[in-house]
Design a protein around this ligand. Structure first.
Ligand code: AMP
Length: 119
């Protein structure tokens, strides 16, 4: 799948759309989801142009991958969900229900989340 340079997270990375930043590093940006599904709902995205997690793992450098997942852990700790628990989700492609075609993980927590998948 070709990367759409006008997807909403690409526009956030270019500063064309505001975001509520939680953490910014060389390789990642974390910001609050605009439509939170739980008391904690933060998105973490790589700064590079990757469509989804599979694309990221296939094409990103080891430095980008290390930097991205380090940011995910740092954000979970900053948000205080490392001890209480959380769900880290990467919706991927059509069947995964991915809406924004720039790789992102959701860090969701702050309450008991119940079963992993809906009925
Ligand atoms: P997904 O279905 O995994 O692609 O999730 C996309 C997420 O992006 C949804 O949870 C949206 O609420 C969120 N979202 C869409 N636009 C924005 C935005 N401008 N700022 C923050 N979050 C957004």
């Amino acid at each position: 799948m070709a990367y759409d340079t006008n997807n909403i997270f690409a526009r956030i990375l270019r500063g064309e759309i505001p975001n509520k930043t939680v953490l910014e590093t060389e390789h990642a940006l974390a910001f609050h989801d605009i439509n939170p599904q739980a008391p904690v709902h933060i998105l973490v995205i790589p700064k590079g142009a990757y469509v989804n997690m599979v694309d990221f793992g296939a094409r990103a450098s080891a430095t980008e991958i290390q930097g991205f997942y380090k940011a995910v852990s740092d954000v979970a700790i900053m948000a205080g969900v490392d001890q209480t628990g959380c769900r880290i989700i990467a919706n991927t492609g059509l069947n995964g229900g991915q809406e924004v075609p720039h790789f992102h993980v959701h860090i969701v927590g702050g309450k008991q989340l119940g079963r992993m998948l809906g009925q």
